[in-house]
Design a protein around this ligand. Sequence first.
Ligand code: LLP
Length: 422
Amino acid sequence: MRPFARHRGELYCEGVPLRRIAGEVGTPAYVYSRAAFEEGFTAVDRALGKAPHLVCYSVKACGNLAVLALLSGLGSGFDVVSGGELSRVLAAGGDPARVVFSGVGKTEDEIALALREGILCLNAESEEELSVISRVATRMRRRAAVALRVNPGVQAHTHPHVATALPESKFGVPLARARRICRDAARLPGVRLAGITCHVGSQIVSVAPFAAAAGRLRGLLAALERDGHPIEHVDLGGGLGVAYGRERPPTPAAWALALRRGLGPSKLRLVVEPGRVIAANAGVLVTRLLYRKRGSARAFAVVDAGMNDLLRPALYGAVHAIEPVGPPAAGSVTLDVVGPVCESADALRRRARVPDLPAGSLWAVRAAGAYGFSMASNYNSRPRPPEVLVSGRRFWRIRRRERPADLWRGEVIPEVLHRERR
Ligand code: LLP
Protein backbone atom coordinates (compact mmCIF):
# COMPACT_ATOMS: atom_id res chain seq x y z
CA MET A 1 0.00 0.00 0.00
CA ARG A 2 1.16 3.55 -0.70
CA PRO A 3 -0.35 5.62 2.10
CA PHE A 4 0.20 8.88 0.20
CA ALA A 5 -0.75 8.68 -3.47
CA ARG A 6 -2.26 10.81 -6.21
CA HIS A 7 -5.80 10.41 -7.52
CA ARG A 8 -6.69 12.63 -10.47
CA GLY A 9 -3.71 14.83 -9.74
CA GLU A 10 -4.52 15.42 -6.05
CA LEU A 11 -2.37 14.02 -3.25
CA TYR A 12 -4.30 11.86 -0.81
CA CYS A 13 -3.55 10.29 2.53
CA GLU A 14 -5.33 6.93 2.25
CA GLY A 15 -8.87 7.90 1.15
CA VAL A 16 -8.76 11.58 2.10
CA PRO A 17 -7.46 14.45 -0.05
CA LEU A 18 -4.81 16.41 1.84
CA ARG A 19 -6.47 19.58 0.54
CA ARG A 20 -9.62 18.73 2.49
CA ILE A 21 -7.66 18.22 5.71
CA ALA A 22 -5.79 21.51 5.20
CA GLY A 23 -9.15 23.21 4.64
CA GLU A 24 -10.45 21.93 7.96
CA VAL A 25 -7.45 22.20 10.26
CA GLY A 26 -5.38 24.84 8.48
CA THR A 27 -1.66 24.77 7.77
CA PRO A 28 0.97 23.82 8.70
CA ALA A 29 -0.35 20.43 9.81
CA TYR A 30 1.06 16.95 10.32
CA VAL A 31 -1.00 14.22 8.68
CA TYR A 32 -0.44 10.54 9.52
CA SER A 33 -1.70 7.37 7.89
CA ARG A 34 -2.99 4.77 10.30
CA ALA A 35 -2.43 1.99 7.77
CA ALA A 36 1.20 3.05 7.29
CA PHE A 37 1.88 2.91 11.02
CA GLU A 38 0.26 -0.51 11.16
CA GLU A 39 2.22 -1.78 8.19
CA GLY A 40 5.46 -0.39 9.56
CA PHE A 41 5.03 -2.09 12.90
CA THR A 42 3.85 -5.35 11.40
CA ALA A 43 6.78 -5.49 8.95
CA VAL A 44 9.27 -5.23 11.81
CA ASP A 45 7.38 -7.65 14.03
CA ARG A 46 7.05 -10.25 11.25
CA ALA A 47 10.69 -9.87 10.26
CA LEU A 48 11.69 -11.08 13.71
CA GLY A 49 9.80 -14.30 13.11
CA LYS A 50 8.59 -16.80 15.68
CA ALA A 51 11.55 -16.72 18.05
CA PRO A 52 10.86 -14.81 21.28
CA HIS A 53 11.07 -11.09 20.64
CA LEU A 54 9.58 -7.75 21.59
CA VAL A 55 9.29 -4.67 19.38
CA CYS A 56 9.58 -1.57 21.58
CA TYR A 57 8.56 1.35 19.38
CA SER A 58 10.79 4.33 20.09
CA VAL A 59 8.41 6.98 21.42
CA LYS A 60 10.75 9.88 20.59
CA ALA A 61 10.07 9.37 16.88
CA CYS A 62 6.38 10.29 17.15
CA GLY A 63 4.75 10.15 20.54
CA ASN A 64 1.17 11.32 19.98
CA LEU A 65 -1.16 9.43 22.34
CA ALA A 66 -3.30 8.17 19.46
CA VAL A 67 -0.24 6.75 17.70
CA LEU A 68 0.90 5.06 20.90
CA ALA A 69 -2.59 3.65 21.50
CA LEU A 70 -2.71 2.36 17.94
CA LEU A 71 0.65 0.61 18.24
CA SER A 72 -0.13 -0.68 21.70
CA GLY A 73 -3.21 -2.31 20.25
CA LEU A 74 -0.95 -4.21 17.85
CA GLY A 75 1.09 -5.54 20.77
CA SER A 76 3.92 -3.05 20.61
CA GLY A 77 6.12 -2.31 23.57
CA PHE A 78 7.83 1.05 23.94
CA ASP A 79 11.31 2.50 24.26
CA VAL A 80 11.23 5.67 26.36
CA VAL A 81 13.99 8.10 27.32
CA SER A 82 12.30 10.31 29.91
CA GLY A 83 9.65 10.31 32.60
CA GLY A 84 7.57 12.36 30.18
CA GLU A 85 7.68 9.68 27.51
CA LEU A 86 6.87 6.99 30.07
CA SER A 87 3.89 9.06 31.26
CA ARG A 88 2.73 9.37 27.63
CA VAL A 89 2.83 5.60 27.20
CA LEU A 90 0.80 5.12 30.39
CA ALA A 91 -1.68 7.85 29.38
CA ALA A 92 -2.15 6.06 26.06
CA GLY A 93 -2.89 2.77 27.83
CA GLY A 94 0.44 1.13 26.93
CA ASP A 95 1.58 -1.88 28.95
CA PRO A 96 4.40 -0.90 31.36
CA ALA A 97 5.60 -4.50 31.35
CA ARG A 98 6.62 -3.89 27.73
CA VAL A 99 8.55 -0.70 28.32
CA VAL A 100 12.33 -0.24 28.30
CA PHE A 101 13.83 3.02 29.55
CA SER A 102 17.08 4.26 27.95
CA GLY A 103 19.11 7.45 28.36
CA VAL A 104 22.33 8.58 30.03
CA GLY A 105 20.73 11.01 32.47
CA LYS A 106 17.81 9.42 34.28
CA THR A 107 16.95 11.26 37.48
CA GLU A 108 16.04 9.54 40.75
CA ASP A 109 12.43 10.63 40.21
CA GLU A 110 12.37 9.04 36.76
CA ILE A 111 13.88 5.83 38.09
CA ALA A 112 11.31 5.74 40.91
CA LEU A 113 8.45 6.30 38.43
CA ALA A 114 9.71 3.44 36.27
CA LEU A 115 9.95 1.10 39.26
CA ARG A 116 6.56 2.11 40.61
CA GLU A 117 4.95 1.41 37.25
CA GLY A 118 6.76 -1.92 36.89
CA ILE A 119 8.43 -1.45 33.52
CA LEU A 120 10.25 -4.33 31.83
CA CYS A 121 13.70 -2.92 32.26
CA LEU A 122 15.89 0.12 32.83
CA ASN A 123 18.71 0.37 30.29
CA ALA A 124 21.54 1.56 32.55
CA GLU A 125 24.30 3.55 30.93
CA SER A 126 26.98 3.91 33.64
CA GLU A 127 28.30 2.45 36.89
CA GLU A 128 27.06 5.46 38.83
CA GLU A 129 23.59 5.09 37.38
CA LEU A 130 23.58 1.41 38.42
CA SER A 131 24.26 2.35 42.03
CA VAL A 132 21.57 5.02 41.99
CA ILE A 133 19.06 2.53 40.54
CA SER A 134 20.02 0.07 43.26
CA ARG A 135 19.64 2.70 45.97
CA VAL A 136 16.23 3.88 44.73
CA ALA A 137 14.98 0.30 44.32
CA THR A 138 16.18 -0.74 47.77
CA ARG A 139 14.42 2.26 49.28
CA MET A 140 11.23 1.13 47.50
CA ARG A 141 11.84 -2.48 48.62
CA ARG A 142 12.18 -3.64 45.03
CA ARG A 143 14.76 -5.20 42.79
CA ALA A 144 15.09 -3.30 39.53
CA ALA A 145 15.41 -5.27 36.30
CA VAL A 146 18.30 -3.68 34.46
CA ALA A 147 20.01 -4.10 31.09
CA LEU A 148 23.52 -2.74 30.77
CA ARG A 149 23.91 -0.52 27.72
CA VAL A 150 27.15 -1.31 26.01
CA ASN A 151 28.91 0.88 23.47
CA PRO A 152 30.07 -1.65 20.89
CA GLY A 153 32.34 0.86 19.13
CA VAL A 154 30.81 0.58 15.67
CA GLN A 155 30.90 3.11 12.81
CA ALA A 156 27.31 3.63 11.70
CA HIS A 157 28.12 5.80 8.64
CA THR A 158 25.29 8.17 9.39
CA HIS A 159 25.05 11.86 10.33
CA PRO A 160 27.43 12.59 13.25
CA HIS A 161 24.52 13.90 15.33
CA VAL A 162 22.85 10.48 15.22
CA ALA A 163 25.83 8.11 15.53
CA THR A 164 25.84 6.74 19.06
CA ALA A 165 28.39 3.94 19.21
CA LEU A 166 31.67 5.71 18.44
CA PRO A 167 34.50 5.77 21.00
CA GLU A 168 33.62 9.48 21.49
CA SER A 169 29.91 8.80 22.18
CA LYS A 170 28.40 9.50 25.59
CA PHE A 171 26.17 6.44 25.39
CA GLY A 172 26.62 3.13 27.18
CA VAL A 173 29.76 1.70 28.76
CA PRO A 174 32.80 0.57 26.77
CA LEU A 175 32.55 -3.05 25.68
CA ALA A 176 35.93 -3.80 27.22
CA ARG A 177 34.67 -2.91 30.71
CA ALA A 178 31.18 -4.43 30.39
CA ARG A 179 31.96 -7.83 31.90
CA ARG A 180 33.45 -6.31 35.00
CA ILE A 181 30.58 -3.84 35.40
CA CYS A 182 28.12 -6.73 35.17
CA ARG A 183 30.01 -8.55 37.92
CA ASP A 184 29.76 -5.50 40.15
CA ALA A 185 26.12 -4.95 39.23
CA ALA A 186 25.24 -8.50 40.28
CA ARG A 187 26.42 -7.61 43.80
CA LEU A 188 24.14 -4.58 44.10
CA PRO A 189 21.19 -5.32 46.42
CA GLY A 190 18.55 -3.46 44.39
CA VAL A 191 19.48 -4.59 40.89
CA ARG A 192 18.76 -7.71 38.84
CA LEU A 193 20.84 -7.88 35.66
CA ALA A 194 18.24 -9.01 33.11
CA GLY A 195 19.78 -8.01 29.81
CA ILE A 196 22.40 -6.38 27.64
CA THR A 197 21.56 -3.58 25.24
CA CYS A 198 23.16 -1.41 22.58
CA HIS A 199 22.10 1.07 19.91
CA VAL A 200 24.48 1.99 17.10
CA GLY A 201 22.79 5.08 15.73
CA SER A 202 19.93 6.23 13.58
CA GLN A 203 19.12 6.40 9.86
CA ILE A 204 21.53 3.53 9.14
CA VAL A 205 21.16 2.36 5.55
CA SER A 206 23.27 -0.78 5.45
CA VAL A 207 23.16 -3.99 7.50
CA ALA A 208 26.89 -4.04 8.29
CA PRO A 209 26.83 -1.84 11.45
CA PHE A 210 23.95 -3.88 12.89
CA ALA A 211 25.71 -7.17 12.18
CA ALA A 212 28.95 -5.83 13.65
CA ALA A 213 27.27 -4.62 16.85
CA ALA A 214 25.36 -7.89 17.31
CA GLY A 215 28.57 -9.82 16.72
CA ARG A 216 30.38 -7.86 19.42
CA LEU A 217 27.59 -8.47 21.89
CA ARG A 218 27.71 -12.19 21.13
CA GLY A 219 31.15 -12.54 22.70
CA LEU A 220 30.09 -10.57 25.76
CA LEU A 221 26.92 -12.63 26.19
CA ALA A 222 28.93 -15.86 26.08
CA ALA A 223 31.27 -14.51 28.75
CA LEU A 224 28.35 -13.43 30.93
CA GLU A 225 26.82 -16.89 30.63
CA ARG A 226 30.10 -18.41 31.78
CA ASP A 227 30.11 -15.98 34.69
CA GLY A 228 26.69 -17.31 35.69
CA HIS A 229 24.51 -14.22 35.05
CA PRO A 230 20.90 -15.18 34.39
CA ILE A 231 20.52 -12.93 31.32
CA GLU A 232 17.02 -13.00 29.80
CA HIS A 233 17.13 -10.65 26.86
CA VAL A 234 19.36 -8.83 24.44
CA ASP A 235 18.17 -5.45 23.14
CA LEU A 236 19.79 -4.28 19.90
CA GLY A 237 18.16 -0.84 19.80
CA GLY A 238 16.73 0.86 16.74
CA GLY A 239 18.36 2.69 13.89
CA LEU A 240 17.06 1.14 10.68
CA GLY A 241 17.00 3.91 8.08
CA VAL A 242 14.41 4.92 5.51
CA ALA A 243 14.59 6.39 2.01
CA TYR A 244 14.25 10.17 2.18
CA GLY A 245 15.75 10.43 -1.29
CA ARG A 246 17.83 7.90 -3.16
CA GLU A 247 18.93 5.85 -0.14
CA ARG A 248 18.33 2.14 -0.41
CA PRO A 249 17.91 1.02 3.21
CA PRO A 250 17.76 -2.69 4.04
CA THR A 251 14.31 -4.22 4.40
CA PRO A 252 13.20 -5.10 7.92
CA ALA A 253 13.71 -8.75 6.95
CA ALA A 254 17.35 -8.15 5.91
CA TRP A 255 17.97 -6.12 9.06
CA ALA A 256 16.46 -8.81 11.31
CA LEU A 257 18.53 -11.47 9.59
CA ALA A 258 21.71 -9.45 10.17
CA LEU A 259 20.86 -9.10 13.86
CA ARG A 260 20.16 -12.82 14.29
CA ARG A 261 23.24 -13.88 12.34
CA GLY A 262 25.42 -11.50 14.33
CA LEU A 263 24.10 -12.87 17.62
CA GLY A 264 24.44 -16.49 16.54
CA PRO A 265 22.31 -19.27 18.02
CA SER A 266 20.68 -17.81 21.11
CA LYS A 267 17.67 -18.54 23.25
CA LEU A 268 17.53 -15.01 24.60
CA ARG A 269 14.47 -12.88 23.91
CA LEU A 270 15.41 -10.31 21.28
CA VAL A 271 14.24 -6.74 21.96
CA VAL A 272 14.45 -4.00 19.32
CA GLU A 273 13.64 -0.28 19.52
CA PRO A 274 12.71 0.95 16.02
CA GLY A 275 11.30 4.44 15.63
CA ARG A 276 11.97 5.96 12.25
CA VAL A 277 11.28 2.87 10.16
CA ILE A 278 7.76 2.71 11.60
CA ALA A 279 6.91 6.41 11.69
CA ALA A 280 8.80 8.34 9.00
CA ASN A 281 6.82 7.36 5.93
CA ALA A 282 3.55 7.33 7.86
CA GLY A 283 3.47 11.14 7.95
CA VAL A 284 3.69 14.31 5.89
CA LEU A 285 3.77 17.95 6.85
CA VAL A 286 1.31 20.01 4.84
CA THR A 287 2.29 23.63 4.37
CA ARG A 288 1.05 26.62 2.36
CA LEU A 289 3.12 28.82 0.10
CA LEU A 290 2.86 32.37 1.43
CA TYR A 291 5.12 34.43 -0.83
CA ARG A 292 7.57 34.14 -3.64
CA LYS A 293 10.45 36.54 -3.68
CA ARG A 294 13.75 37.16 -5.43
CA GLY A 295 16.95 37.89 -3.56
CA SER A 296 20.07 39.09 -5.32
CA ALA A 297 21.48 35.58 -5.66
CA ARG A 298 18.53 33.26 -5.04
CA ALA A 299 14.82 32.90 -5.49
CA PHE A 300 12.72 31.94 -2.50
CA ALA A 301 9.41 30.35 -1.75
CA VAL A 302 8.31 31.31 1.76
CA VAL A 303 6.03 28.66 3.27
CA ASP A 304 4.14 28.70 6.56
CA ALA A 305 6.08 25.76 8.11
CA GLY A 306 9.32 26.75 9.80
CA MET A 307 12.24 25.06 11.50
CA ASN A 308 10.23 25.14 14.71
CA ASP A 309 7.70 22.82 13.02
CA LEU A 310 10.23 20.54 11.27
CA LEU A 311 13.77 20.85 12.57
CA ARG A 312 15.51 18.11 10.60
CA PRO A 313 16.63 20.14 7.56
CA ALA A 314 18.13 22.90 9.74
CA LEU A 315 19.72 20.59 12.30
CA TYR A 316 21.01 17.74 10.13
CA GLY A 317 20.88 19.13 6.63
CA ALA A 318 18.19 16.50 6.05
CA VAL A 319 16.61 16.50 2.62
CA HIS A 320 12.89 15.80 2.57
CA ALA A 321 11.04 15.48 -0.72
CA ILE A 322 8.56 18.32 -1.26
CA GLU A 323 5.69 18.14 -3.70
CA PRO A 324 2.53 20.07 -4.47
CA VAL A 325 -0.68 18.78 -2.97
CA GLY A 326 -2.53 19.69 -6.16
CA PRO A 327 -1.65 18.78 -9.73
CA PRO A 328 1.95 19.80 -10.48
CA ALA A 329 2.12 22.86 -12.76
CA ALA A 330 3.83 22.57 -16.11
CA GLY A 331 6.89 24.78 -15.61
CA SER A 332 9.46 24.31 -12.88
CA VAL A 333 11.78 26.66 -11.02
CA THR A 334 14.83 26.34 -8.81
CA LEU A 335 14.47 28.04 -5.47
CA ASP A 336 15.03 27.81 -1.74
CA VAL A 337 11.94 26.75 0.17
CA VAL A 338 12.19 28.68 3.43
CA GLY A 339 10.05 29.16 6.52
CA PRO A 340 8.95 32.25 8.45
CA VAL A 341 11.38 31.84 11.37
CA CYS A 342 13.95 34.59 11.87
CA GLU A 343 17.02 32.42 11.32
CA SER A 344 18.96 31.89 8.13
CA ALA A 345 19.01 28.16 8.94
CA ASP A 346 15.24 28.11 8.50
CA ALA A 347 15.10 26.44 5.10
CA LEU A 348 13.12 23.31 4.33
CA ARG A 349 15.00 22.72 1.10
CA ARG A 350 17.80 24.60 -0.62
CA ARG A 351 18.07 24.80 -4.40
CA ALA A 352 14.96 22.71 -4.90
CA ARG A 353 13.67 22.10 -8.40
CA VAL A 354 9.93 22.45 -7.92
CA PRO A 355 6.83 23.19 -9.99
CA ASP A 356 6.20 26.90 -10.46
CA LEU A 357 3.12 27.39 -8.27
CA PRO A 358 1.59 30.60 -6.94
CA ALA A 359 1.17 31.89 -3.43
CA GLY A 360 -1.64 30.06 -1.68
CA SER A 361 -0.71 26.64 -3.10
CA LEU A 362 -0.41 23.69 -0.76
CA TRP A 363 2.72 21.55 -0.44
CA ALA A 364 3.48 18.24 1.25
CA VAL A 365 6.81 17.57 2.92
CA ARG A 366 7.33 13.83 2.75
CA ALA A 367 8.64 11.35 5.31
CA ALA A 368 7.93 13.76 8.15
CA GLY A 369 6.25 11.25 10.48
CA ALA A 370 9.41 10.55 12.48
CA TYR A 371 11.21 13.29 14.40
CA GLY A 372 8.83 15.83 12.92
CA PHE A 373 6.24 16.92 15.45
CA SER A 374 8.27 15.34 18.26
CA MET A 375 11.09 17.85 17.68
CA ALA A 376 8.79 20.82 17.10
CA SER A 377 9.18 23.81 19.38
CA ASN A 378 7.55 27.15 20.06
CA TYR A 379 10.57 29.16 18.88
CA ASN A 380 9.55 32.62 17.64
CA SER A 381 6.40 32.04 19.73
CA ARG A 382 4.89 29.98 16.98
CA PRO A 383 2.04 27.71 18.10
CA ARG A 384 2.84 24.08 17.25
CA PRO A 385 0.82 22.57 14.41
CA PRO A 386 -2.05 20.11 14.75
CA GLU A 387 -1.69 16.38 14.12
CA VAL A 388 -4.28 14.47 12.11
CA LEU A 389 -4.69 10.71 11.82
CA VAL A 390 -6.30 9.31 8.68
CA SER A 391 -7.92 5.91 8.50
CA GLY A 392 -9.50 5.04 5.17
CA ARG A 393 -11.96 7.80 4.38
CA ARG A 394 -12.07 9.13 7.92
CA PHE A 395 -9.74 11.38 9.80
CA TRP A 396 -9.40 12.63 13.34
CA ARG A 397 -7.63 15.59 14.86
CA ILE A 398 -5.34 13.83 17.32
CA ARG A 399 -3.84 17.09 18.54
CA ARG A 400 -5.33 20.51 18.05
CA ARG A 401 -3.29 23.47 16.85
CA GLU A 402 -1.85 25.36 19.78
CA ARG A 403 -3.41 28.70 20.58
CA PRO A 404 -1.59 31.85 21.67
CA ALA A 405 -2.53 31.20 25.32
CA ASP A 406 -0.74 27.83 25.10
CA LEU A 407 2.44 29.76 24.42
CA TRP A 408 2.56 31.34 27.87
CA ARG A 409 0.88 28.58 29.84
CA GLY A 410 2.69 28.39 33.17
CA GLU A 411 4.27 31.82 32.91
CA VAL A 412 3.69 34.27 35.75
CA ILE A 413 4.07 38.04 36.05
CA PRO A 414 5.09 38.62 39.69
CA GLU A 415 2.51 40.72 41.52
CA VAL A 416 5.04 43.48 42.29
CA LEU A 417 5.65 44.05 38.60
CA HIS A 418 1.92 44.58 38.20
CA ARG A 419 1.93 47.07 41.05
CA GLU A 420 4.99 48.92 39.82
CA ARG A 421 3.27 49.46 36.55
CA ARG A 422 0.33 51.25 38.12
N1 LLP B 1 16.86 3.43 20.82
C1 LLP B 1 17.70 4.38 21.28
C2 LLP B 1 18.47 4.12 22.50
C3 LLP B 1 17.84 5.58 20.57
O1 LLP B 1 18.69 6.50 21.02
C4 LLP B 1 17.08 5.80 19.40
C5 LLP B 1 17.18 7.06 18.66
C6 LLP B 1 16.20 4.78 18.97
C7 LLP B 1 16.13 3.61 19.70
C8 LLP B 1 15.34 4.91 17.74
O2 LLP B 1 16.12 5.05 16.60
P1 LLP B 1 15.45 4.98 15.14
O3 LLP B 1 14.94 3.58 14.90
O4 LLP B 1 14.36 5.95 15.09
O5 LLP B 1 16.58 5.33 14.26
N2 LLP B 1 16.30 13.31 15.64
C9 LLP B 1 17.10 12.50 14.77
C10 LLP B 1 17.15 11.06 15.22
C11 LLP B 1 17.66 10.89 16.63
C12 LLP B 1 17.64 9.47 17.09
C13 LLP B 1 17.96 9.36 18.53
N3 LLP B 1 17.88 8.04 19.06
C14 LLP B 1 16.58 12.65 13.36
O6 LLP B 1 15.64 13.39 13.13
O7 LLP B 1 17.14 12.08 12.43
